[in-house]
Write a protein that binds this ligand. Structure first.
Ligand code: GTP
Ligand code: MG
Length: 574
């Protein structure tokens, strides 16, 4: 395919980056049709379960596919572009565009072939030197400049849903649903990561890998945590794992005799120090040379050392870790549970959203319950249903084949990866039943004596010490909720008690008749649970009056629930 000279020179006058060969107009039109079809089919659809025809795809397969897509993609800021069609026509000079989408002033463009990226690089200019001098580092984060004068006032801005809808809007939306099950489904749809957000997350990892690759050419940067475990909420952070296993030497076999060569490498006293040094060096590179990486902090003394920064063009808060294979395994496990039954994901999203609205979880670290702990609590609850909705980790380990064997730092991380081996029991509980039961389960759970254990799928006696004990599924001597203090656990229990009662009182959607076109909205079901806690409000007022004598939280909550119930009954009778 060759481009006609007139078409090429016309393009040259519009844009600063330009190449005069490759694709002809016919193929540009074809390419535009292809991307339109893609947009029509895909943009705005949510990522639920990535399924294959004959069952499920493992997280490993999903990640490999998305990584490969990301390597064929570029992220372009388009401050002074005139319109989408000309933008795409310009890029089509470098190869077939497989997919693209815009958000804000940015565009993600995925080429059909990786070679197109090299070709695009050849035609991309280094910024002219003005007041500042450029760092000599080329990346796939580009800017599209237009040398013609253009009127940008009416240019539509496309929005990538990066943040969940505001809580007030969500509450109103849920109130209009017909049943609690529909409310829960609607909440999941409003919160889960979109296809575009997923693609952008993998692209950011791939862009960062380009910065690291000159030092560690065999490395990969993979997303883990909620970006890929199926429980990610729009706006969640991007947890990344720098995988250097290709050059770790762990699986190397030494010859028994004769000559051989080995690499000269710097040594350090422990693996932890190596991890800290690598992250420190890479962190400095990202800070100095990484386009779009801002506000970088090295948090190297943490149990799991990390580099934290904001990737400005995507807006993601990024945490880069290394040597964190157990967290990758936890991600895989959570992904598997989420794929087994759709109720798992729906319940996790609802509980996470409820917890955020009630201030049980927060985006900053502290003595509160983390989203990861909360997810494990939901999984444990689902294992405790009768019959269980999901199997125990021990059962998943028993089903594992030799290819699944995984031992990381003496921790058994083995579990089955072939979904078809997992037989589920036939539990038919509705989402409404499950949500009500979840609150009841934890409202009366004996946190003082028992530990939550998804490996065994039943409560265990709790080791003395921490108020909340949730056994780490793989590093079994660790407690994933070690940070949680008595106050925060008390709040969680009190809010479970309140929510259990609230949802029982407001289970049915109000009838919509008689409003004569007026848009009156009655809060009910899940929407009620997202409002600030009524008990906490009353308690706050009582505390501020300082007249109440102190009573144990549980008793206080019980009395309050009784009085709320009585008021409600009176209202119903009158
Ligand atoms: P959000 O970022 O809050 O949406 O959830 P997240 O699941 O991504 O949690 P977070 O960013 O805190 O942690 C990322 C991942 O690290 C989790 O999904 C887990 O796989 C893992 N992780 C976090 N905390 C722990 C822990 O205490 N123990 C273990 N083993 N893994 C953890
Ligand atoms: Mg996270």
């Amino acid at each position: 395919m060759r481009i006609s000279p007139s078409f090429g020179s016309a393009m040259a006058s519009f844009f600063k980056m330009c190449r005069l060969h490759t694709i002809g107009r016919g193929s540009v039109v074809k390419c535009l049709q292809k991307v339109d079809t893609f947009l029509h089919r895909n943009i705005g659809t949510n990522v639920v379960a990535v399924q294959e025809k004959n069952g499920f795809k493992s997280l490993y397969a999903v990640q490999a596919e998305r990584q490969e897509q990301a390597e064929r993609s570029v992220l372009i800021s388009c401050h002074s572009m005139t319109n989408e069609k000309r933008f795409l026509e310009y890029l089509a000079n470098y190869g077939d565009i497989q997919k693209y989408f815009f958000y804000g002033i940015y565009a993600v463009v995925e080429f059909a072939n990786k070679e197109s990226i090299a070709s695009l690089f050849e035609g991309t200019a280094i910024p002219g030197i003005g007041m500042e001098t450029m760092m000599p580092f080329k990346s796939r984060l580009l800017s599209m400049r237009n040398l013609d004068s253009v009127d940008l006032r009416n240019q539509p801005k496309k929005r990538l849903a990066q943040q969940s809808i505001p809580i007030n809007e969500l509450i109103q939306r849920l109130s209009k649903e017909e049943s609690i099950d529909q409310q829960i489904t609607s909440l999941t749809e409003a919160h889960q990561l979109t296809e575009e957000s997923c693609r952008l997350r993998f692209l950011v990892c791939s862009l960062l890998k380009d910065i690291v690759a000159p030092f560690f050419p065999e490395c990969t940067i993979k997303p883990f945590g909620s970006s890929v475990n199926g429980f990610g909420k729009l706006g969640c952070d991007l947890d990344m794992f720098l995988d250097l296993d290709g050059i770790s030497g762990k699986n190397a076999t030494m010859p028994k005799s004769g000559l051989f060569l080995e690499y000269q490498m710097k040594a350090a006293k422990s693996e932890r120090i190596v991890t800290q040094n690598i992250l420190s060096g890479i962190g400095t590179c990202m800070d100095l040379f990484g386009p779009g990486c801002v506000g970088l902090h090295k948090i190297l003394d943490a149990r799991c050392p990390l580099v934290r920064f904001t990737h400005q063009p995507s807006g993601f808060q990024c945490d880069l870790t290394a040597n964190n294979r157990v967290a990758m395994k936890s991600t895989e496990l959570l992904y598997l549970y989420g794929e087994l039954d759709p109720r798992v994901r729906h319940l996790v999203f609802t509980v996470r959203c409820w917890a955020q609205a009630q201030g049980i979880t927060k985006s900053i670290p502290g003595a509160w319950i983390s989203n990861f702990s909360l997810t494990v609590m939901v999984l444990f609850f689902l294992q405790r249903r009768n019959p269980p909705i999901i199997p125990t980790l021990e059962h998943l380990r028993d089903l594992a084949g030799p290819e699944d064997k995984s031992v990381i730092e003496d921790n058994d991380c083995t579990f089955v990866s072939d979904f078809s081996k997992i037989q589920l029991e036939s539990n038919t509980e509705t989402l409404e039943q499950l949500l009500c039961e979840f609150f009841e389960f934890y409202a009366s759970f004996s946190f003082q004596t028992l530990s939550i254990n998804i490996r065994k799928g039943r409560e265990q006696n709790k080791p003395v010490g921490d108020p909340l004990h949730i056994q780490n599924p793989f590093e079994t001597t660790l407690n994933v909720s070690k940070n949680v203090n008595t106050t925060q656990l008390g709040r969680f229990v009190a809010l479970c008690q309140e929510s259990s009662w609230l949802i029982q009182q407001n289970k049915t959607a109000p009838s919509r008749g008689g409003t004569e076109g007026k848009a009156t909205i009655t809060l009910w079901g899940v929407s009620n649970l997202l409002l600030p806690s009524q008990i906490e409000e009353v308690k706050r007022k009582q505390n501020s009056s300082k007249k109440q004598k102190f009573e144990p939280t549980n008793q206080w909550i019980k009395d309050m629930l009784k009085s709320m119930k009585a008021t409600n009954n009176q209202q119903n009778q009158s």
